[in-house]
Design a protein around this ligand. Structure first.
Ligand SMILES: Nc1ncnc2c1ncn2[C@@H]1O[C@H](COP(=O)(O)OP(=O)(O)OP(=O)(O)O)[C@@H](O)[C@H]1O
Length: 625
């Protein structure tokens, strides 16, 4: 197997990740993209239009109540106090308390309605995103970092959630309140109102200037979060490697570099916010000064009552609230828009390996696999195969040997259609892989490799992964055939023993037998063993060999092996070097050919060299290419 894992296939020279761009480079986020985000999110929210409508009505009521309370103050100052109307004080008191209670009720209703509609939209978005990521092909995962993808599904979606649940509601309330109050103030005294509103363009300008800078800082924050989670993911899964190389200090330093970038980006955001808020506060006070000075002059010249000035001051706060909140809301919206773009990048990435519209179900046949004039390169890399031909006879065992990087695993990947060749074609029983559905193709292929993935769950669940609808009896039979029953039953909880991160630990050989049981249960027509016994000791290898011979019976098998002891029974062995077949034949034929295979064999079994010298030099009918 090639070394995939620690550093996935790197970025292209331009820093891009193929289908998907990387973020954090300060690209421009246009208002149009914010609008598109809102439109698309709220298009999804249409499903929830009844709750949204009810929430909007609640918000209107909140705006009216917020407008009404200062009116009570004005009435008290302007008419109740001068008239000494003690009896009306009760109504003022009841009015204020009643309005406050209603504000609470409408606030509760609108918050919970919007929050639950928002949650439902995000639930859908997160699941769509996950489903879409799963539908993308292997090359997408080669190009993109796991931690980065994880942060898109988790933290980017969370930011959107924050925006939908709290910020948007605040924005809507503010807009209603602002419009109602501005109209009222204009009606009462348009000169004072216009004077007051003169500070608003400055506020908007400041918000806009800071908004631009904040946006790129947010992107940097989000990109650094992705870097941190990517590093964590790599380091935690590779903790054994780190320890064996005592690379803890080196890794800690690399982690520190990423957290430093994250800290710097966050500090930048805080600094911007810290500079922005005092400017807005200053403009707010300028508004207050205008109301007080100009209002006092109006009152002194009997053009306005004191009550109206007090109401104006109360309204001023409400009028400024939207702008005040706007900075916070705009932050969240900016963050959400950056997150949304990152999410949409994935959603807009399409798989390269796709099913044709007229794809048919691959019929059950003998399972003969033919590569005809196949050209293949990974991504933009150098060509690995050129006009490559290969035949795997149905129902027979074919082995691939050759030096590391010669392309053995790639052949397995091409058969499973993890990648498509750029030229030529691959057929199974005469059906081009591109003409059949992916499901029907992959259902007929079982892959057992050296890297065994077991999920958190019981042993039973893990074997059943091979065929979800299998009965318990079938799972037990598969485990028996894979020589796994004995060790499974030795656990106190038998097949219900939990494995994975928080369950029991299994040895390499035990894991391997579970993966073979899984493949036996799947009962595929084609089996690919990719270095399946590479890292086992002799004892467990014997168990596994027995299990494997059960698995291989009557199927088309492709065995990729470095250890030549495991493939001597193969019907045909191909020796691959740098994407070319250099020899093929049976084990005996290749030994007598005394070529590359013989060379590899002698390296692994030095005592056979002696045998060779004494063996008759009878030439077999061997094809050496
Ligand atoms: N996903 C990938 N993206 C880019 N290049 C890849 C990818 N997988 C493999 N390669 C490259 O393709 C070549 C063939 O790799 P492959 O894994 O098929 O070799 P192999 O014969 O199976 O090697 P080994 O015996 O070491 O497993 C190597 O040069 C490898 O670096």
């Amino acid at each position: 197997m090639s070394e995939r894992g620690a550093a996935p296939y790197p970025l292209r020279p331009d820093g891009s990740m193929g289908g998907m761009k990387r973020f954090g480079s300060g690209e421009k986020l246009k208002p149009a993209s914010i609008y598109r985000m809102l439109a698309s999110i709220y298009a999804d929210a249409k499903l929830e239009w009844k709750s949204l409508l009810a929430a909007v009505l609640c918000l209107c009521a909140i705006s009216l109540l917020q407008f009404a309370i200062p009116q009570l103050t004005r009435i008290t100052i302007d008419s109740i106090i001068p008239d000494r109307a003690f009896d009306r004080l009760f109504f003022v008191c009841a009015g204020i308390l009643g309005s406050a209670a209603l504000l609470g009720i409408f606030g509760y209703a609108s918050t919970s309605l919007i929050a639950s509609a928002g949650q439902k939209v995000l639930y859908k978005l997160r699941n769509d995103l996950y489903r879409h990521i799963q539908s993308l092909d292997v090359s997408f995962f080669d190009r993109n970092r796991t931690g980065d993808l994880m942060s898109r599904v988790t933290s980017d979606v969370n930011i959107l959630q924050q925006m939908i649940s709290s910020s948007m509601m605040q924005l809507i309330t503010d807009l209603f309140t602002f419009t109602a109050i501005a109209l009222y103030m204009l009606w009462i005294d348009w000169r004072l109102t216009l004077l007051l509103l003169a500070t608003f363009p400055f506020m908007l300008l400041t918000t806009r200037l800071f908004g631009k800078r904040m946006r790129s800082s947010f992107r940097a924050v989000q990109a650094s979060v992705a870097d941190v989670s990517d590093h964590l993911q790599n380091a935690l899964t590779g903790i054994r490697l780190i320890k064996s190389f005592t690379a803890e200090a080196y890794e800690a330093k690399r982690f520190e570099d990423r957290t430093t970038a994250n800290m710097d980006a966050n500090i930048q955001v805080v600094r911007l916010r810290a500079a922005y808020e005092p400017i807005i506060d200053f403009l707010n006070f300028a508004g207050l000064a205008i109301v007080l000075v100009f209002g006092a002059w109006l009152a002194m010249t009997d053009q306005m009552t004191v009550g109206t000035i007090v109401a104006f001051i109360a309204y001023l706060r409400l009028l400024q609230n939207p702008i005040r909140h706007f900075s916070r809301i705009i932050n969240t919206i900016q963050q959400a828009a950056a997150g949304y773009e990152r999410i949409m990048e994935i959603m807009n990435t399409t798989a390269e390996v796709v099913e044709r519209e007229d794809a048919i179900l691959l019929p059950q046949g003998k399972g003969s696999i033919v590569f005809r004039e196949v050209d293949f390169a990974y991504g933009e890399g150098a060509r690995l195969f050129e006009s490559f031909d290969l035949e795997l006879e149905g129902g027979k065992i074919t082995a691939l040997v050759g030096s590391s990087g010669s392309g053995k695993s790639t052949i397995a990947h091409l058969i499973a259609r993890f990648y498509d060749p750029q030229g030529g074609g691959i057929t199974i029983d005469g059906y081009d892989l591109r003409s059949v559905t992916l499901q029907s193709l992959r259902e007929q292929i079982g892959i057992v490799s050296q890297d065994i993935v077991l999920f958190n769950g019981s042993i039973m669940d893990n074997i059943r992964y091979g065929r979800m609808d299998a009965s318990d009896e079938q799972v037990l039979a598969a485990a028996e055939a894979a020589n796994a029953s004995r060790f499974i039953e030795a656990f106190p909880e038998g097949f219900h023993t939990q494995i994975g991160e928080r369950g029991v630990k299994l040895s390499g050989g035990q894991k391997q037998r579970l993966s073979i049981a899984r493949a036996i249960l799947k009962d595929p027509r084609i089996i690919i063993l990719d270095e399946a016994t590479a890292s086992l000791d002799t004892e467990s290898e014997q168990h596994i060999q027995d299990a494997l011979s059960q698995l291989l019976q009557g199927r088309t098998c492709l065995v990729i092996a470095h250890r030549l002891s495991t493939i001597q029974q193969a019907d045909r062995i191909y020796v691959l070097e740098q994407g070319n077949i250099v020899e093929h034949g049976t084990h005996e034929e290749l030994i007598h050919l005394a070529g590359r295979y013989r060379q590899l064999y002698d390296l692994q079994f030095p005592q056979s060299e002696q045998t060779r010298l004494t063996a008759s030099p009878r030439k077999r009918e061997v094809k050496a290419l």
